[in-house]
Design a protein around this ligand. Structure first.
Ligand code: 8YV
Length: 327
């Protein structure tokens, strides 16, 4: 008998077909949003879960699903999963690192450039039929070339962002849990390690790329935004909750910083509607990894992990090896 899995969200049909070669698959082609109770009900007799960041894997779900052996998250971030609780329940957890580094870094730049050069703001104005004449100060923005980029979270995506700054003749400063090895700093446009406060004060623009953990909740709030230059752009492609959105909205409204580019929000998709009244913020719906090739690579990576986990092989991206060691 094949192991049984739940694919919690609609994904590429060809990946569903791959999964069907190994598993009895319950999929969700209509992409219905499962409540936690519905997820528990559907998963209670399954061996595996193909998840996205939208599904919470918590002690309650784990307790309701005694057969569960593996959760493959189609995301590099896994703050939707209580990994310690999964380890305690003997459930392997995997994520999809690396395949999205370059695409996500591209998008960080797209948000930075759009906010600095006021691209979406001016497009809305143009579409609204307001373009009557040229003016010397129409939508003047901030230059990126020659400026200092501050990257908070210098993992693989942060380094990919830093690498791209060489073409703009920029300096890079970074803050991270730990300092990078010299060769990695060199490869990231000679990025210079600084304290977080120093970074916020010195950077012309700040990009957030660190993983979310409860310890980092609102790590960028009123006090941190107050350290930034009034001409600075803040980009968040990390996770909602890292930034105190209410504090950011106040700062943007009062022009205490020049602008922001946001792909992630507290409580998304029900993000704070006050963002909508601000012209100096570029808002996108959590799509930094959304190129066709990368989303397909992420789905296949999650499938590889689930297939390995449920066929007695080592999943390539196992986050809690203690489970296999104890198996
Ligand atoms: C995903 C992401 O689109 O990989 C991540 O951590 O935030 C995005 O690339 C999303 O998490 C889908 O599950």
């Amino acid at each position: 008998m094949k192991p049984s899995i739940l694919v919690a969200r609609a994904i590429f049909p060809e990946v569903i077909e791959r999964l069907r070669q190994h598993f009895d698959v319950e999929d969700n082609p209509n992409d219905d949003a499962f409540s936690p109770a519905q997820l528990r009900e559907r998963l209670k007799d399954k061996d595996g879960l193909f998840a996205t960041m939208s599904e919470r894997v918590d002690p309650q779900l784990l307790a309701a699903c005694p057969r569960l052996k593996a959760v493959a998250n189609m995301a590099v971030g896994y703050n939707n999963i209580d990994v310690d609780a999964a380890t305690g329940a003997g459930v392997m957890v995997t994520n999809t690192p690396d395949v999205l580094n370059e695409t996500t870094a591209d998008f960080g730049w797209a948000l930075l450039m759009a906010a600095a050069r006021r691209i979406t703001e001016s497009e809305h104005w143009l579409r609204a039929g307001q373009w009557q004449k040229w003016r010397y100060d129409s939508f003047v923005g901030a230059d990126l070339h020659g400026s200092t980029l501050g990257v908070i979270g210098m993992g693989r995506i942060g380094q990919a962002i830093a690498r791209r700054s060489t073409g703009f003749g920029m300096q890079v400063i970074y803050h991270n849990r730990s300092r990078l090895a010299p060769e990695l700093e060199a490869g990231a446009n000679n990025a210079r390690y600084v304290g977080r406060e120093e970074l916020l004060r010195q950077a012309d623009h700040v990009v957030l790329v660190m993983p979310y953990s409860p310890a980092l909740h609102h790590t960028i709030g009123e006090a941190e935004i107050a350290l930034m230059k009034p001409t600075a752009i803040l980009v968040n492609i990390a996770r909602g909750g890292i930034v105190d959105d209410a504090a950011l909205i106040r700062a943007l409204r009062e022009r205490r910083i020049a602008g922001a580019g946001l792909d992630v929000y507290e409580n998304e998709p029900a993000f704070n509607p006050d963002f909508l009244s601000l012209s100096n913020v570029v808002l996108t719906p959590h799509i930094a990894s959304a190129s066709i090739a990368t989303r397909l690579a992420m789905a296949n990576c999650a499938a590889d992990n689930l297939i390995a986990a449920l066929t007695q092989q080592e999943p390539p991206n196992l986050l809690n090896p203690a489970v296999r060691a104890g198996a």
